[in-house]
Design a protein around this ligand. Structure first.
Ligand code: UD1
Ligand code: UDP
Length: 393
């Protein structure tokens, strides 16, 4: 019987088209692409939609991944519908031309939902990486909860990161035989990157890293936080910067002007606030490493910071990533200004509470997700066998 390292019966590798468009998808696909490039039975074809541009290219450059196809369809101020229609129209002829044996999508962006539908309509099996995350509310996160459910409906192989995500899929009636628990590939990327020597391009961060200042790391971009909630987040951060000068707030800003226009004016004039362009993944990982507290509405950061033993206050009222909340490293604080100030102050002033939250925990992966994913994909395509799930005894 052929396996992932053996010969494929007809001597030709099965071709898996990776379709992605944004920063987090690129980060979470990197280890899998690298692994598949080494396979004797599978071959990756890399297609980027270009839903993001600079923030996507930054990751591909870091991991030395060169797309085979770039739809380059990014347009500033793109709406969900204009973006979706461009993806659908431009993807179809490419799928028809390349006829991959499977398409792999990751996560819950618009690129994911639309690429999954386009592939399904072409009768190409869809593989969903990071399958089964659920908040239980299709309006939060919006539109991500719906996007991942849509992708899940047409998926032939669900690569769930954890037992909890697998359980969500089972509850929706998905058959156990088409689910593999791989761990989250974000931990593969994190463990690889955090081990690299620490360096910052921005001299303000180099100076910060060698100073006594404590770091409060802020990221925010979620669509449901646009406008007033983001304004409240910024006001809270400004109050903390003012009352705790021993802390430096670092805000690597998402490129979206909707985010920048609200946040910048409210925090930029504090001497202990550093606003940067999006950091490359390596530098952002090192920034998480030197942070004392992380304040975020990001999905990926909720997974990474607990692995680094950093208390995370999540600027949302629900999460599809409950594992680290249960472990105690992540707390949902929402976007009420007073509540954010209160929770950050508690972490700053009550170090027993801090120590309880700062317990490193790895519920999302062990750094071997890509190996499990490649084996499960090879099994799906009849050229290999699975290896034991993440967390299997
Ligand atoms: C998207 C995803 C979200 C994911 C996030 C990761 C959807 C609907 N949303 O949200 O799930 O969490 O990416 O960051 O798929 N921009 C640039 N350059 C870039 C990237 C973005 O200028 O490289 C600006 C543009 O003005 C763009 C805006 O950001 O219009 C929003 O980008 P978009 O991909 O539509 O949504 P995100 O908020 O980034
Ligand atoms: N990230 C990065 N540079 C930054 C901010 C974040 O490389 O300046 C990484 C972060 O480590 C995580 C991912 O981007 O892996 C999260 O992306 P984002 O918050 O944009 O999207 P989400 O995870 O919420 O979908």
């Amino acid at each position: 019987m052929p396996d992932t390292n053996g010969e494929n019966g007809n001597g030709k590798k099965k071709r898996v088209m990776f379709i992605y468009g944004t920063r987090p998808e690129a980060i979470k696909m990197a280890s899998l692409i690298k692994r598949m490039q080494e396979s004797d039975v599978l071959e990756p074809i890399i297609l980027v939609t270009g839903q993001h541009r600079e923030m996507l290219d930054q990751v591909n450059e870091l991991f030395k991944i060169t797309p085979d196809i770039d739809l380059n369809l990014f347009k500033p101020g793109q709406t969900l519908n204009t973006l979706s229609s461009r993806i659908l129209a431009q993807l179809d002829p490419v799928l028809d031309e390349h006829k991959p044996d499977a398409v792999l999508v990751q996560g819950d962006t618009t690129t994911v939902a639309i690429a999954a539908i386009a592939s399904f309509y072409r009768e190409i099996p869809v593989i969903h990486l990071e399958a089964g995350l659920r908040s239980g509310n299709i309006y939060s996160p919006f539109p991500e909860e719906a996007n991942r459910k849509i992708a899940g409906q047409v998926t032939a192989l669900h690569l769930a990161p954890t037992q909890m995500s697998k359980d969500n899929l089972l509850r929706e009636g998905i058959h156990e035989s088409i689910i593999a628990i791989t761990g989250n590939t974000v931990i593969d990327a994190l463990l690889h990157t955090v081990a690299l020597p620490q360096k910052f391009t921005d001299p303000r961060l180099t100076e910060l890293a060698s100073s006594d200042a404590k770091v409060l790391l802020l990221t925010t971009h979620r669509r449901e936080n646009w406008g007033k909630p983001m304004e409240r987040i910024a006001r809270a951060v400004a109050r903390i910067a003012e009352s705790h000068p021993e802390y430096t707030v670092v805000f690597p800003a998402h490129m979206n002007p909707v985010v920048r226009d609200v946040i910048f004016p409210l925090i930029k004039d504090y001497p202990n606030v550093i606003i940067t362009e999006p950091l490359n993944y390596e530098e952002f990982t090192h920034l998480q490493g030197i942070a004392d507290i992380v304040l975020t509405d990001s999905g990926g950061v909720q997974e990474e910071a607990p692995s680094l033993g950093k208390p995370v206050l999540v600027l949302r009222l629900n999460t599809e990533r409950p594992e680290a909340v249960e472990a105690g490293t992540v707390k949902l604080v929402g976007t009420d200004e007073d509540v954010i100030v209160e929770e950050v102050t508690k972490l700053i002033e009550d170090r027993t509470h801090y120590a309880e939250m700062a317990m490193a925990t790895n519920p999302y992966g062990d750094g071997h997700a890509a190996e499990r994913a490649v084996a499960a994909i090879a099994a799906l395509l009849g050229v290999g066998t699975r290896i034991p799930d993440f967390g299997a005894a």
